[in-house]
Ligand binder design. Structure first.
Ligand SMILES: [Zn+2]
Length: 561
């Protein structure tokens, strides 16, 4: 038996090896019955992450059949009001796992296992990791219906391929989900930055240049860009970023590009290609794009340079993209953006540095700043702040204030890893569970221990202790408060929580727990009326927030067909 297992393993791993050698032998079953039309592609620039899969259109409706792309077993099932909503992971023998997110309904064995676990835990939200023998699916088998659950804002299928072992998200379009595309990317903006030797932008030394589309491709005015001599520093250089998007032939929505090259005087100085992104690294998108520009103008400029701390593996190794320059230099710059079908766009121009003296950076006091490669700790009777190395993308003003509440940095500065906050709880008016730490008045998940509150925060700014003694509210959504007879298959309530978060929600029918589903977007709960419930019943809904404040809604309802 053992020998057999080893053999099987070897066959599978050699298949995997073959697959990774040659894209063309992939022949997955389509995940949908309807034609595959994309509304988003892999690596699109999203808030705090790259898009980790591709989005298929579902004709604007829920309920399209979802099909297993290959033989495999269901390795993970999750139901959540947030993120992927109802999602299925299928692990295939070739070392790849396929992911189908925002489902509306699970079918067959998946559905019964989910229901059983919801009943057992008396909870809508579940996460299960079935064994390899529990739920086996055949290639093309229908296991769920498409939907709009979780953070999805319109019906679609969010589809991912992951390396089963590392969970790194792979670009599905490199694995045979073929789409027609003969449109090349469009370049609409260029920015130039003066950089330090670590790839950090020097404040105030940035220049934006308009890019136009002409008969012969993309160009800048006069095909010439000039920069002042004080963009030059003794040890650093300059960097470029580009605003660039793409489109598919079949759809009008903008999508992301696949890769780019930056060529300076015939040398490829920097390149990126979106073949895979790990979930651990995806937040480095805040370093990949010009984050501040995006915050200010919503425009997305992708840098053709990187800092030492940027851990994304989408760049060609050992290239920082920093262009070393001197006053009076003249360079030929070529930027090429391309999609997965190798449709290319090019922007070429001459970059001239004006004569003059180079920039000598002002003497900054190191103690005024927080640095990407340094940790920082503050401890006093007023509170504690712990910042680990690698938290910041670029040096940022510390701005530590401890007068009333504790504050550090600036609320608009984005960080990679959460910082730890501890504040002493002196007020004893309410029970400990009613107090929480807020950052800039927004709730943070808070723990209490020995007269101290602690929380993690991905935002900088002011940290303070707040109190929540107000219960959530429960309001009928698709029926009137006065209705006693309901002829509906689904009944809905709006759940509102003003200060913190909703932590638990249940419905009891004649005293018995039943499944109350919840969607975070729109914050509404719903109950599916089954035929066995026809007649009069007492409904009781209990909703709690994280501070233990409880709301109850109770009513006798006559369900009719
Ligand atoms: Zn998606």
């Amino acid at each position: 038996m053992r020998l057999l297992i080893i053999h099987v393993f070897f066959i599978f791993s050699s298949v995997n090896y073959l697959y990774s050698q040659n894209d063309s032998i992939y022949n997955y079953h389509p995940p949908l019955e309807i034609p595959l039309i994309l509304s988003a592609n892999f690596g699109e620039l999203r808030p705090n992450h790259f898009h980790m899969g591709i989005d298929f259109k579902t004709n604007g409706v829920e309920g399209q059949k979802l099909l297993a792309i290959e033989n495999g077993y269901v390795s993970r099932i999750k139901v959540s009001p947030y993120g992927y909503g109802k999602v299925i992971y299928i692990t295939h023998p070739n070392g790849i796992t396929s992911v189908y997110a925002h489902c509306s309904v699970f079918l067959g064995k998946i559905d019964s296992i989910v229901r059983l676990n919801q009943e057992l835990t008396k909870n809508f939200e579940i996460e299960l990791f079935p064994s390899s023998t529990e739920i086996i699916l055949k290639r093309g088998e229908n296991f769920a219906l498409s939907g709009n659950s979780g953070s999805s804002t319109a019906p679609h299928l969010h589809f991912e391929l992951r390396d089963t072992k590392t969970e790194t998200a792979l670009n599905p379009l490199k694995y045979g989900f073929d789409i027609i595309d003969n449109i090349s990317p469009s370049i609409s903006g260029l920015k130039i930055y003066s950089l330090t030797e670590r790839g950090y932008r020097i404040k105030g030394k940035t220049k934006g240049i308009a890019v136009q589309k002409g008969k012969f491709g993309y160009y800048v005015g006069g095909n010439l860009v000039t920069i002042p001599s004080d963009f030059c520093t003794a040890s650093g250089g300059i960097g470029l970023s580009f605003e660039v998007i793409d489109h598919y032939s079949q759809a009008t929505n903008p999508i992301g590009i696949y890769g780019s090259y930056l060529i300076v005087n015939n040398d490829t100085l920097f390149s990126h290609k979106l073949d895979c992104v790990s979930f651990e690294h995806t937040r480095y998108i805040n370093s990949h794009i010009d984050y501040e520009e995006n915050l200010l103008t919503k425009r997305k400029f992708q840098k053709s340079f990187k800092t030492k701390e940027n851990k994304l593996t989408i760049y060609s190794k050992e290239q920082s993209g920093i262009i070393t320059i001197q006053p009076k230099d003249s360079l030929i710059i070529k930027y090429i953006a391309y999609d997965t079908k190798n449709n290319k766009s090019e922007l070429k121009f001459n970059l001239k540095v004006l004569p003059g003296s180079i920039n000598t950076p002002l003497n900054v006091k190191n103690e005024d700043y927080l640095f990407p490669d340094k940790s920082f700790t503050y401890k006093s009777e007023k509170g504690e702040i712990l910042i680990t190395e690698g938290c910041f993308y670029e040096p940022s003003l510390k701005n530590l204030k401890t007068s009333n509440n504790i504050s550090i940095g600036h609320s608009s500065t984005i960080i990679q890893t959460p910082i730890q906050i501890k504040l002493p709880l002196k007020d004893k008016k309410y029970g400990n569970e009613k107090y929480y730490i807020a950052v800039n008045n927004s709730y943070l998940a808070t723990k209490y221990s020995n007269n101290w509150l602690s929380a993690e925060s991905k935002s900088l700014g002011e940290y303070s202790i707040k109190i929540d003694t107000i219960a959530p509210s429960i309001t009928p959504l698709n029926f009137l408060k006065t209705d006693t007879i309901l002829k509906k298959k689904i009944i809905q309530w709006k759940l509102s929580e003003s200060k913190t978060n909703i932590s638990d929600y249940d419905i009891f029918i004649d005293g018995k727990w039943c499944l109350l589903e919840f969607e975070s977007k729109g914050s509404y709960a719903f109950f599916r009326v089954t035929p066995d419930l026809i007649g009069k019943h007492t409904l009781k809904i209990i909703v709690k927030d994280v501070c233990g404040n409880e709301a109850i809604w109770e009513k006798e309802i006559n369900f009719q067909l």
